[in-house]
Design a protein around this ligand. Structure first.
Ligand code: NAD
Length: 343
């Protein structure tokens, strides 16, 4: 019976993953969440998972080497979500991104090497490939990150793969496109637009909304990560995409539709710094080799997500209201004319 250590399990994707595993994986004996509960981590995200006797929550930092060493020693596998994840914050807090995303990952890998961990899934992003004017990045393409967040994730990916090549740590790397779904922090574009529209406030599009992104329902990402955990090949990278690429203008149209609003709610602002024009990934490899299939379409997924935010204002309103939260700091630290929202 497997013992899984999940870092960042109180965050958006990590909490979905933990609930998924506890709900259906009978071969899992214990899931331990290690989370520092930064502004992005909320123990409430785990909700019903606490009803399971298999769940243990440890409030701690992945940079705490003795703690990490003790925890890794008690587990068979590690699924590593913990990170600073918001691009806009990385413009003014690059040091935290490097220490958490790179040194934190290395701290975990050192422990994984020491204790002969059976599988280490490092959760990463399509943003490491950088912007592409055309075509789609495969796993073998070069990494050309343009923003500090993506650079820190690219560095962590390379460190993780180096532990496979150098020490034989059975690392797999997943690179997914932008996730959306319930429980996402309202600093990210989909929950930000939904919550603003629900409040009757305008939303702001950068440039002409021409930036192209790919949207992946968080549950589809978690199913892919579970496939990689169970059947991925050590030393391999797996891209995880979700349906069609779309411009932010097209995304906004879909969000206006599910929120019952119109284009009068949209204002345009000058483009922000380093706003990569287009990301695109080829995810044939995980489909062909591990049988990954999408279970959600964007239309249903956005409607369900909007409904969750409509029903749960207590989960997001406090995060937007308190001027002393780091979100407000992000606003103050951003150049005039730019409105921070993530991708
Ligand atoms: P999130 O910001 O919602 O959650 C991050 C979690 O990590 C939080 O619970 C936070 O408390 C925890 N954490 C941060 N620093 C920590 C530290 N030093 N020690 C322990 N815990 C710490 O992020 P998310 O959106 O759930 O993303 C999870 C992972 O997936 C990240 O590695 C991110 O880079 C990657 N990813 C995210 C997306 C996306 O669209 N959200 C897309 C691709 C990849």
């Amino acid at each position: 019976m497997e013992h899984i250590l999940v870092t960042g399990g109180a965050g958006f994707i990590g909490s979905h993953f933990v609930k998924r595993i506890l709900e259906h994986a009978d071969d899992v004996a214990r899931v331990t969440v290690l989370d520092a509960l930064t502004y992005a981590g909320h123990i409430e995200n785990l909700g019903t998972a606490f009803l399971s006797p298999k769940l243990t929550f440890v409030h701690g930092n992945i940079l705490d080497a003795p703690l990490v060493n003790d925890l890794v020693a008690q587990h068979d596998t590690v699924v590593h979500f913990a990170a600073e994840s918001h691009v806009d914050r990385s413009f003014f807090a690059g040091g935290v991104f490097l220490s958490t995303n790179v040194h934190g990952t290395q701290t975990l890998l050192d422990a994984a090497m020491r204790h002969g961990i059976q599988r280490f899934v490092h959760v990463s992003t399509d943003e490491v490939y950088g912007p592409l004017l055309d075509g789609s990045a495969t796993e073998d393409d070069p990494l050309r990150p343009t923003v500090p967040y993506a650079a820190s994730k690219a560095a962590a990916d390379l460190v993780a793969l180096s532990y496979f090549h150098t020490y034989g740590v059975p690392v797999c790397v997943t690179r997914s496109s932008n996730n959306y779904g319930p429980y996402q922090h309202p600093e990210k574009i989909i929950p930000l637009f939904i919550t603003q529209l629900l409040k009757g406030e305008p939303v702001t599009l950068h440039g002409r909304g021409q930036h192209v992104r790919n949207w992946l329902h968080v549950e589809d990402n978690c199913s892919a990560i579970e496939l990689v955990l169970r059947r991925g090949m050590p030393g391999e990278v797996y891209n995880i995409g979700g349906g069609t690429d779309m411009t932010n203008q097209e995304l906004t149209a879909a969000l206006l539709h599910v929120c019952g609003a119109d284009w009068d709610s949209v204002t345009y602002v000058p483009d922000r710094r380093a706003n990569d024009i287009r990301y695109s990934m080829d995810w044939t490899k995980i489909a062909d080799s591990l049988g990954y299939r999408l279970a959600r379409n964007l239309e249903d997924g956005l409607a369900e997500t909007a409904e969750w935010y409509r029903r749960n204002p207590d989960r997001w309103a406090p995060l937007m209201r308190n001027p002393h939260t780091p979100i407000a700091k992000a606003n103050f630290d951003t150049q005039a004319g730019e409105v921070p929202h993530g991708r």
